[in-house]
Design a protein around this ligand. Structure first.
Ligand code: BGC
Length: 754
């Protein structure tokens, strides 16, 4: 009785608070709308268009003059109120200077937004997003983004161009490093966590910055993995794979969306009404604004969609691209287009309102210098708490791919350990590709990490990985010929008990514009690996790379493989603690690893074919020279613990909530974390369904010998799909379900959705 009373009182209080909170937020919204409308009424057409214009900065402190583009014109425009946002300006002093110009010298004093690519940390670097996605740890991912926002906001930035939620199935594409892999369900959850981290819970705080989900849409499906290439996808893939993470981002209240460079089924994304007006601002009711990608407005000319910059401006504005990044198209042509009736003034007003609303929400009108606190800048950059969080995220991102005979973890008393590979001694490459806000050569290298942990090691480089460049952004030149340092490495390996080989890609081999046709170990590294293997088979291969690699030979021969990606500032410490057992690996890959590049695109949630096989004769869907399956499937990753799944139970009595139960036992003597995954497959539907689709996961810590029971609930949200008209439908019928340790291994059952 008493319990009931307390619960009821609590419930009433909760309802009251929710009601009050909703009321307050409605009032705030109304108040902001009023302010936006009042300001808009005062603005000239030129000033309105100015808000829709974003320039790249790299500004000088004394001046300030931009170092790039038409510097004089940009500066003039700034003073006339014809710039709404800038990007790539950082440092409190620089930001303040620019803000002072617009606030004090322009007629209306509308503050600027300061955008920046804060992708995996700002100064303190976290693992590349593909790596941290392997943690499946939404809390840790949110925390990483929160810290990135704290550091970015401390140097004056109030808008990040992240997260990238492009689903990626093609490891040749360099930007796979920037996303969360191949699955839209997991990708949606991770994107939402990042947005929550960046934007925080309260925009009045000076550590909340606005997030920008990108690239809308389809950019991750560039043909043959070549960056900026054509995208041509069917409706089912568009609605069920590409769009869901963007929709989830809108539901997570992301404030901005960036469109993309690619054409989608013949229409450039920047000039794509269907994407921006019908779906994003129409069906999804997105209230924020859309920014173009860098120069994607004028790129519509090369695509053969706009005849000149003027038409590019017309097409982009009418299609719903609210702010132009570095195309100069709006600032040069929108005024005459409005005057000629080609672009309705309502289009301009709508775009400007969206932009102003966010500036009000951020509190920039109350305090344009909100993000200009030199004290914060000094105190917060590389703060010890941030470094600790980066180490934690790095440990959570390392995937153990193979551990034959439990060679790992190594014991600290182990003598005669050789370390081989240029990447072991690299303090720059582990920082990854997208980190223009940070400082070069600041990663803890693997060698440093091993020394920090007290490991007894001797190092030989073996071979240089790259010959150029040492800094961003020129093309990488890989060492394809020089094997002069092999001999010393072989000699060392011969007399060692264990060899840790650190091989992979340089940090600048992935990222924007960095596609590859091969997925092997670049340069002479494969030869080095084989040469060392000849003299010592006790190899622990530590991979550092920005994309899945086809390491079939290594998988066949090398007893231990650790996927360490590019882990950011604390790389070496995270790797060392994993190799020596202070960290028990728990991550699972979020992109399938192919056996050879010819299998790409390869992904777990493919459709069945009419000839799935396997068959003994030839006429079924297969390759003559390779099996269909990936080398390592989506969701795969080992631990030093051993987990056993049992007792799959299904309760489908309530069609609104099908319940699935499973028991997991840690049968080892070490506590560990397991990422249990649930996949479904609707057997017959009006549109064929993938062979498996992730619809639930749970990361659980299980002590040695302990057993835990997990419950997964499947509602219409998980069981439905988008039809070819883009409508979400739920169809009754039979489903296969699998719960297990990867997309290929688990307990299976069947249920009926009534
Ligand atoms: C990239 C975007 C990025 C923008 C601004 C473009 O080249 O595609 O992802 O946010 O530049 O730096």
């Amino acid at each position: 009785m008493k319990f009931q009373f307390v619960t009821k009182t609590k419930l009433l209080l909760l309802l009251l608070c929710t009601h009050l909170a909703l009321n307050i937020s409605a009032q705030t919204n109304n108040a902001i709308d009023t302010k936006v409308n009042t300001l808009l009424a005062k603005m000239t057409l030129e000033e309105k268009i100015g808000q829709m214009n974003q320039y790249n900065g790299f500004w000088e402190v004394t001046g300030p003059t931009p170092k790039e583009g038409n510097a004089k014109e940009k500066y003039d425009h700034l003073k006339k109120g014809m710039v709404g946002a800038v990007l790539n300006v950082k440092g409190v002093e620089n930001v303040r200077k620019l803000q002072e110009i617009v606030v004090n010298e322009t007629r209306l004093g509308i503050p600027l937004l300061f955008g920046f690519d804060v992708i995996h940390g700002h100064k303190t670097l976290f693992p590349i997003p593909l790596a941290s996605s392997c943690s499946w740890d939404l809390e840790a991912i949110e925390k990483s983004s929160r810290i990135a926002a704290i550091e970015a906001s401390a140097v004056g930035i109030n808008w990040t161009f992240a997260p990238m939620v492009d689903i990626t199935r093609d490891a040749r594409w360099g930007r796979v490093m920037e996303g969360a892999g191949e699955d839209p369900y997991l990708g949606s959850k991770i994107g939402a966590a990042q947005i929550k981290g960046f934007q925080g819970t309260d925009f009045s705080s000076n550590s909340s910055i606005i997030a920008c989900v990108k690239h809308f849409a389809g950019y991750g499906f560039a043909e043959a993995g070549r960056d900026y290439n054509t995208v041509d996808v069917g409706t089912s893939t568009l609605y069920n794979i590409i769009l869901p993470p963007f929709k989830a981002a809108v539901e997570a209240d992301v404030k901005t969306v960036m469109n993309s460079f690619n054409v989608l089924n013949g229409i450039p994304a920047t000039g794509n009404k269907f994407l921006q007006r019908d779906i994003l601002k129409g069906k999804w009711n997105f209230k924020g604004f859309v920014v173009s990608d860098w120069g994607s407005g004028y790129e519509m000319i090369d695509h053969g969609y706009a005849k000149n910059l003027k038409q590019a401006a017309e097409l982009a504005a009418n299609a719903g691209s609210d702010m132009d990044m570095e195309s100069y198209s709006y600032v040069r042509h929108l005024k005459e287009l409005v005057e000629a009736g080609k672009v309705d003034i309502a289009v301009i007003d709508d775009a400007v309102k969206r932009i102003l609303r966010i500036k009000y929400e951020l509190g920039l009108f109350d305090n344009p210098y909100k993000y200009c606190d030199a004290k914060r800048e000094k105190e917060l950059i590389y703060h010890a708490d941030h470094i600790a969080a980066s180490l934690d995220m790095a440990k959570k991102s390392i995937v153990l791919l193979k551990n034959e005979n439990n060679l790992l973890p190594l014991v600290k008393t182990q003598k005669n350990i050789a370390v081989i590979g240029a990447l072991a001694n690299d303090k720059n490459s582990p920082l990854g590709s997208w980190r223009i806000g940070s400082d070069d050569n600041t990663a803890i290298s693997v060698l440093e990490g091993l020394k920090n942990i007290g490991a007894n090691i001797t190092y030989a480089k073996g071979a240089e990985l790259i010959t150029a460049p040492t800094s961003f952004p020129e093309e990488v030149k890989v060492n394809e010929t020089d094997k002069s340092e092999f001999t010393a490495a072989i000699k060392l390996a011969k007399k060692s008990d264990v060899v840790i080989m650190v091989l992979g890609e340089h940090g600048f081999q992935s990222g924007e514009g960095r596609s590859r046709t091969k997925l092997d170990l670049p340069g002479v590294q494969q030869q080095l690996l084989e040469a060392i293997y000849k003299v010592n088979k006790n190899i622990v291969l530590v991979l550092m790379n920005g994309r899945p690699l086809a390491i079939t030979w290594a998988n066949e021969h090398i007893p231990v493989i650790v996927e360490a990606w590019q882990l950011g500032s604390q790389t070496g410490n995270a790797i060392a603690s994993t190799l020596f057992g202070d960290n028990n690996p728990s991550a699972k890959i979020t992109m399938s690893f192919p056996r050879s590049v010819g299998q790409v695109p390869i992904y777990y949630n493919h459709y069945n074919t009419g000839r799935p096989g396997p068959k003994s004769e030839v006429f079924w869907s297969h390759y003559g020279d390779e099996i269909n399956q990936p080398l390592y499937p989506f969701g795969y990753g080992l631990s030093y613990s051993k987990f056993e799944y049992s007792n799959l139970k299904i309760d489908d009595s309530n069609p609104q909530k099908v319940k699935i139960f499973v028991t997991i036992k840690n049968t080892s003597t070490i506590a560990g974390e397991e990422i249990a995954q649930l996949y479904i497959h609707q057997k017959i539907a009006s549109i064929v369904r993938p062979v498996k689709e992730l619809k639930g996961f749970s990361k659980v810590k299980i002590n040695a010998g302990e057993t835990k029971e997990l419950e997964f609930d499947l509602t219409d949200k998980e069981l439905g799909f988008y039809n070819n008209e883009g409508n979400f439908v739920v169809e009754a019928g039979a489903f296969d379900v699998m719960v297990g340790t990867s997309s290929e291994q688990g307990l299976v059952g069947v249920f009926n959705k009534k």
